[in-house]
Design a protein around this ligand. Structure first.
Ligand SMILES: NC(=O)c1ccc[n+]([C@@H]2O[C@H](COP(=O)([O-])OP(=O)(O)OC[C@H]3O[C@@H](n4cnc5c(N)ncnc54)[C@H](O)[C@@H]3O)[C@@H](O)[C@H]2O)c1
Length: 348
């Protein structure tokens, strides 16, 4: 079947800030999709998006937009505080797939509730860890998978950006470099309360030691005190994710291009590096195309599927619980005290 004869999926988008516009733009440019509804509580943003994308139906109420447009795909890109009500609204109108922004939720309790609803209704989900589409991220995966660094014993990811912004990105890519092995337990420590005032409320610093079931150790750090990445100027992009094995290492820096390169490796075949930079224009089109691929064929599971992301989210929340409870926190997580509140109480 040619591309032109394939089904066109309808899409509605809620939350038209920076990321919502990235999503709407990639959807609008892909012939496999048709934008049928837009929503933002900010009327000026809604008007601007309506004009930019030429979509007829717009509304300030996401549930109403969904009831009216009944899309195949619901995308929402709101700040982290708004997740469960939008998942409920999407499930209620019977969408096929919900794509939404990281982090999954602000507590394990909320995420468990979301996934209970989604699984019962058989709704597919995608969480926006789209950096992995970067060619430098892919190159590092390729080197590790080829065996060139030998047997992987350690994976790592760190970012100077704080936890609710960056941590699930770091966990997602480090776990990918470890073939998404299950996680057995997490030990965490955190420091500082200033960033609890932010909309991405977080401890100023958090570190997590992760025990994967295949014996690999994961080391994840986020926030003020995470290692600097001096090669990278842009503060938000001071991220380094990679793997060490018995015969070398391979790692990606979030920014790249130019002489510094976006990835580097020392392997049994020599020392190498190459370009690549985190770029929404590069990463969003394939991220959106893979939604159509998955809806067309259930076997073509989206690389950013929500079930995998949910495991990564639990690693972050397990690290928070470990700060509060001390010791190892075993996965998977059940309900418990909301992690951010609990953390805030115990941090000096
Ligand atoms: N994946 C990435 O690379 C990446 C990058 C930046 C941000 N993010 C994530 O994306 C999310 C959004 O971030 P952003 O920078 O786009 O934020 P933003 O503030 O620019 O946009 C959020 C929008 O949601 C709207 N909104 C709020 N409540 C709403 C509701 N109930 N219904 C409809 N719209 C509503 C706001 O008016 C705003 O326009 C966050 O979770 C953030 O962590 C991801």
């Amino acid at each position: 079947m040619g591309e032109s004869s394939k089904k066109i999926y309808t899409v509605a988008v809620a939350g038209l800030g920076k990321r919502g516009v990235h999503h709407a733009d990639a959807v609008a440019k892909n012939p496999r999709f048709k934008l049928v509804g837009l929503c933002d509580i900010d009327q000026a943003r809604l008007d601007a998006a309506k004009q930019k994308f030429g979509v007829e139906y717009v509304n300030t109420d996401a549930a109403q937009m969904l009831k009216t447009t009944k899309p195949d795909v619901f995308i929402f890109c709101t700040l982290p505080q708004i997740r469960l009500p939008l998942i409920k609204a999407g499930v209620e109108v019977g969408v096929k797939l919900i794509a939404y922004e990281k982090p999954i939720a602000t507590s394990t309790n909320e995420a468990l509730e979301m996934y209970k609803l989604l699984r019962a209704a058989g709704v597919k989900t995608i969480v926006s860890h789209q950096h992995r589409y970067g060619e430098h991220y892919q190159k590092v995966k390729e080197i590790i998978a080829s065996g060139a660094i030998g047997r992987v014993h350690t994976v790592y990811g760190h970012a100077t950006g704080w936890m609710m912004h960056m941590m699930t990105h770091m966990i997602e890519y480090a776990s990918w470099y470890n073939d998404y092995a299950d996680v057995e337990w997490v030990v965490g420590q955190a420091a500082g309360k200033e960033k609890f005032a932010d909309v991405h409320a977080s401890p100023d610093y958090i570190g997590a030691l992760v025990q994967y079931a295949n014996g690999v150790r994961g080391i994840i750090e986020c926030g003020a005190g995470a290692p600097d990445v001096p090669e990278v100027e842009a503060w938000w992009r001071k991220c380094r994710i990679g793997a060490q094995g018995t015969e070398g290492f391979a790692e990606v820096l979030t920014v790249g291009g130019g002489p510094d390169g976006g990835w580097r490796a020392v392997t049994k075949n020599g020392v190498m590096s190459g370009p690549g930079g985190m770029d929404y224009d590069h990463d969003m089109p394939p991220y959106i195309q893979d939604i159509a691929n998955w809806l067309d064929d259930p076997a073509q599971v989206h690389p950013c599927n929500g079930e995998t992301a949910f495991k990564g989210f639990q690693v972050m929340m397990a690290a928070c619980r470990s700060v509060v409870q001390r010791g190892k926190v075993i996965l998977p997580l059940g309900p418990g005290e909301p992690e951010l509140d609990a953390l805030k109480k115990v941090l000096p």
